[in-house]
Design a protein around this ligand. Sequence first.
Ligand code: AMP
Length: 398
Amino acid sequence: MTDHVLVINTGSSSLKYSLVDARTGEAAGSGLAERIGESQGHHVHRGPDGETGTTAKIPTHEDALRAAIEAFESHGPSLDDVEIAAVGHRVVHGGSRFGAPALIDDDLIAAVTDLVPLAPLHNPANVEGMKVARRLFPDLPQVAVFDTAFHQTLPPHAYTYAVPRSWSEEHGIRRYGFHGTSHAFVSQEAARLLDREPDDVNAIVLHLGNGCSASAVRGGRSVETSMGLTPLEGLVMGTRSGDVDPAVPAYLMRELDLSMDDIDQALNKSSGLQGLTGENDFREVSRLRAGGDERAALAFDVYCHRIRKYVGAYYAVLGTVDAVVFTAGVGENSAEVRAAALSGLQRLGITVDENLNAAQSKEARRISPDDGEVAVLVVPTNEEWQIARESLNLVRSR
Ligand code: AMP
């Protein structure tokens, strides 16, 4: 028997894969095929002998997965030697139907296809990835792990928008939340770091990457989260606005004669840090700010102010907080964001130790003083490992 899971994350023009030992989280091999369907594609594979890159046309996602299988054969580790236990797929939107990972069959694929209107950029690619993997690995169990699933424990008063009832009853308009695999992993790791059981820990998790989201986790269960019907709501992100007055689109349609698609595109692709500074990458914004750029300084302040606002709100939601946890590219690496976002919260028991915060590390760690009432933690996320664990648990429990 083996504990390895092939984790697949399919985007509209990309396919990311990782062969993960579900017990240890170690990736025996991994890779990324990009620019699928374009005139020139690129495939990088990482195996025991290091990294190999190939530039060639990759017409379809099926070609991408075939290229991955061939790379495992040529550069290792051989899939025959590893004996995969399951294929685990990251699926973005599971709607209200999926609160847990599920075995992939025709019904599940039909259900995820029905949810395409809620995630038009992601679910079609996820469906394609599931179909292709079933064709190429017909004998392996395949598991869908949903980005929305962890937040299915939100109580009705947290997931209900105050809009006409028919919108939710007939069209599924409600808060779903995303990044759930990361919030689940990070809140479990936080409990481990505190040497407590997950059901004994209340945590505010701040996932700050290209996409950003906050969640309030009570005893291991998500009770509130910042992303909503789609991943646009909440914190300021690389290219997404996060919260804006819902009247803004109607105003722009009337006053500037913009179409709904123009506005949707602008809020998703040219807002956030991108809209405020012209740069979507946080490191670039930091560099500009350090050089005295006023727009970058304002963007930094808006970004951190929004985080602080959510920390305060989620503190009130939870009542007692054991840990505030930072994760993802910005959360794991930017000491200045962590310090700025939590400044002035001593009265809530939240303080950051300057030296611990400044230390660079890839390990999960505490950055609050030992006597700090609330533990402030940095926990590197590992969504692939979480998908592998959940997939293996499901296939072993059958
Ligand atoms: P992710 O989506 O988790 O890959 O995070 C991507 C974001 O993390 C980008 O905005 C990066 O600029 C940011 N990031 C990565 N490394 C650093 C770093 N050392 N300092 C600040 N931001 C970083």
